[in-house]
Design a protein around this ligand. Structure first.
Ligand code: GDP
Length: 219
């Protein structure tokens, strides 16, 4: 029998059973496990995990809260403290979500950028069980220079990453499709980039079941 059609293997996890698997994965308990400011404080890599990265204010905390259905689980990056750490959340006993510190503060000193880069590079290089990084990009702004720098880091460490366009409720329907296509086109020559871009709105819930399904298929 012939294998799956090429388009079929590129499609994201959006079938009814995939959506149900995603719903179930996130229906159980989700708990904050720990923050880690360096590699010695990471939890044991004893289960699969997916990580979330993005510029500060991209909507990362809102997305983690929307995925888990728990407001206040992930804190906004405007708040001090845990936001410079890798934050680990347990999805029942099956998997982990990892909230990477936001980047791209306009006035971040060079030492701060170097610290971010070294922490994230060490994590990406040395984390067995890391299945994918979801790289969040504001749908209104598209890919920015500092997103490219992070994509270079992901390509270099060969960690598969998938772009998630956030705040799509701020765009009209046709604009969402155009931004998805333009972003997908911009990924063409990037070796570790997943070819499909996922549009979401944490505010309206659009794309959240599909992203849950994508994560369930990975873990
Ligand atoms: P973080 O810094 O990446 O964690 O971003 P936050 O989750 O704190 O969100 C930054 C700002 O964007 C806040 O004012 C949120 O209310 C807003 N925001 C986040 N997600 C959405 C969304 O899906 N739609 C809209 N319209 N605003 C959003």
């Amino acid at each position: 029998m012939a294998g799956p059609h090429p388009e079929e293997t590129r499609r994201h996890a959006g079938g009814v059973s995939d959506l149900e698997a995603g719903r179930l994965l996130f229906a159980g308990p989700v708990t904050f496990e720990r923050g880690a400011a360096d590699m010695t404080h990471l939890p044991d890599a004893d289960r699969p995990e997916v990580a979330f990265a993005g510029r500060s204010n991209v909507g990362k905390s809102s997305l983690v809260n929307a995925l888990t259905g728990r407001n206040g689980l992930a804190r906004a990056s405007s708040e001090p403290g845990r936001t410079r750490e890798l934050n680990f959340f347990l999805l029942g006993d099956r998997a982990r979500l990892v909230d990477l510190p936001g980047y791209g503060y306009a006035r971040a000193p060079k030492t701060e950028i170097a610290r971010w880069t070294s922490l994230v590079r060490d994590y990406l290089r040395g984390r067995p069980g890391l299945k994918r990084v979801f790289l969040l990009v504001d749908a209104r702004h598209g890919l920015k220079e500092n997103d490219s720098v992070v994509m270079d880091l992901l390509d270099e460490t060969a960690v598969v990453y998938q772009i998630v366009l956030t705040k799509t409720d701020k765009l009209a329907g046709g604009e969402i499709e155009r931004t998805v296509s333009a972003t997908q086109a911009a990924l063409g020559k990037r070796p570790a980039a997943h070819p499909l871009v996922l549009p979401v709105s944490a505010l309206k819930g659009n794309g959240i079941p599909e992203l849950r399904a994508e994560i369930a298929a990975l873990v």
